[in-house]
Design a protein around this ligand. Structure first.
Ligand SMILES: Cc1cc2nc3c(=O)[nH]c(=O)nc-3n(C[C@H](O)[C@H](O)[C@H](O)COP(=O)(O)OP(=O)(O)OC[C@H]3O[C@@H](n4cnc5c(N)ncnc54)[C@H](O)[C@@H]3O)c2cc1C
Length: 416
């Protein structure tokens, strides 16, 4: 079958790969010159079943109220006039009960574990090197009460099959010697031995290269602007450069799946939630964290890519705005500098901001669209790198009429 995958982020490329493995004739379409040029460009890189909690939770709702009047929190709010934002915000708020947060977290955990296994399979099959680091992640807590509460909260992850154990500051320093000089600042950490990190951009670009070698065609630099429909089918995706004719179409446009999906009669509740990352190069004398992790008191994540270290933070509820200013990074740089003074070359920060394609449940949208030959694989929020290979396989299975190994029931796109 001829399949057009719309979007060359980590989700689109992983989907194109799985479809090509199934023997389809695949064409990838993207407006950028290179894959992974938007949200998959410089994310934290964590593959983190040990941090799979739903962001829509009672605690987030409380923080959101504080964020209405403060600008220094990890959760930031920028006033929006777009009614679509308010509708999304209401749907998000409705997911913030303890019961819904628990149900969404359980589902996220299952998808994390399935996807991680699929990612390992893709890496083994293709031999792609993308600065993967296995060996666990550390989630750090400064006070004993916070650590005890986090340990209790992690029960839901353990019940889902994720190993998470509480470690003392000394054990944390044994796992990653970068903590030796600062260990008395911590009450301890949660250690998730199965968590990993890797460079999502490198993975996406390398997988695109391998896929091209296997015959996947790329139409880069083309913006999808419309569709040509015939009866209950899509005949072609229309770009600013021409038509892409195919037998089936996969919508994997990250945040932009929502506006483009509206052209296909879909109502995809995706809103961009901005995050910031800063990447520091490493020189010989640096002492960066070896294991990825999160400073839970300052809410920034970090990962080591061998020649670079990356710090990421902030969930900003704003609009479709990719801009960033040096001051957006100041709180994270300050906190990271205190923790890892030798982490990298602080004089050469590479700043970036990206838009997480967030749904109210924080679960992706997977399934058939209104037209018989339209498939949707989008809305991966803060876990698109972790989930890309899993939802790619699920989408390829659905398209082939097979029952996927991970059950996406309930995540289907809604009609507008
Ligand atoms: C700061 C930050 C930290 C993060 N950390 C992590 C992490 O540690 N672990 C994790 O698992 N996830 C993380 N994420 C989330 C992850 O990066 C995203 O979920 C993931 O990149 C989404 O991938 P995507 O392919 O859906 O979207 P994208 O990467 O945005 O890809 C969508 C593609 O569609 C193309 N496109 C859009 N509109 C059109 C159009 N009209 N025509 C043609 N092409 C179009 C774009 O050019 C783009 O290439 C993080 C995100 C941020 C912002």
């Amino acid at each position: 079958m001829r399949v057009a995958v719309l979007g060359a982020g980590v989700v689109g490329i992983a989907t194109a790969w799985e479809l090509a493995r199934d023997g389809h004739e695949v064409t990838v379409v993207d407006r950028r010159a290179e894959p992974a040029s938007e949200t998959s460009y410089a994310n934290a890189g964590m593959i983190a079943p040990g941090h799979a909690y739903a962001w829509s939770s009672p605690k987030t709702l409380q923080t959101l109220f504080k964020a209405l009047t403060r600008d220094d929190l990890a959760l930031r709010f920028r006033f929006q006039t777009d009614p679509r934002f308010w509708r999304w915000a209401l749907l998000f708020a409705l997911q913030c009960t303890a019961e819904k947060a628990a149900a969404n977290t359980r589902r996220k955990v299952g998808l994390c574990l399935y996807s991680q296994e699929r990612l390992r399979g893709v890496l083994a099959e293709t031999g792609i090197a993308c600065a993967m680091r296995s060996g666990g992640a550390l989630y750090l807590y400064r006070d004993a009460a916070g650590l005890a509460a986090a340990d209790e909260k992690a029960k839901i992850l353990r019940d889902g099959g994720v190993e998470v154990r509480r470690v003392s500051p000394e054990e944390a320093a044994t796992l990653d010697p970068v903590y030796e000089p600062v260990k008395d600042r911590f009450a301890g950490a949660l250690f998730a031995p199965g968590d990993e990190s890797g460079d999502a951009r490198l993975f996406t670009r390398e997988l695109a290269r391998v896929a091209a070698g296997k015959g996947v065609a790329f139409r880069m630099g083309e913006t999808v602007v419309a569709f040509r429909e015939a009866g209950d089918r899509i005949e072609a995706a229309v770009t600013d450069k021409g038509a892409v004719v195919a037998d089936a179409f996969v919508l994997a446009l990250g945040c932009y799946s929502a506006p483009i999906g509206r052209k296909l009669g879909l109502d995809l509740p995706i809103w961009p939630v901005k995050g910031y990352s800063v990447t520091l190069p490493l020189a010989g004398s640096n002492n960066p964290p070896t294991l990825p992790g999160v400073d839970e008191d300052n809410l920034f994540a970090f990962a080591n890519y061998g020649d670079r270290v990356r710090l990421t933070a902030v969930a900003e509820l704003g609009g479709w705005d990719w801009s960033h200013r040096p001051e957006d990074f100041a709180p994270m740089l300050k906190a990271a500098h205190e923790l890892f003074p030798q982490a990298g070359d602080w004089s050469r920060p590479d700043y970036w901001a990206g838009l997480r394609p967030m749904t109210p449940t924080n679960l992706p949208i997977i399934g058939r669209g209104r037209q018989r030959n339209l498939w949707v694989n989008t809305g991966h929020g803060h876990m698109g790198w972790t989930w890309a290979c899993g939802t790619a396989r699920v989408t390829a299975d659905l398209l082939a009429g097979r029952r996927p190994e991970w059950d996406p029931t309930g995540l289907e796109p809604k009609q507008g």
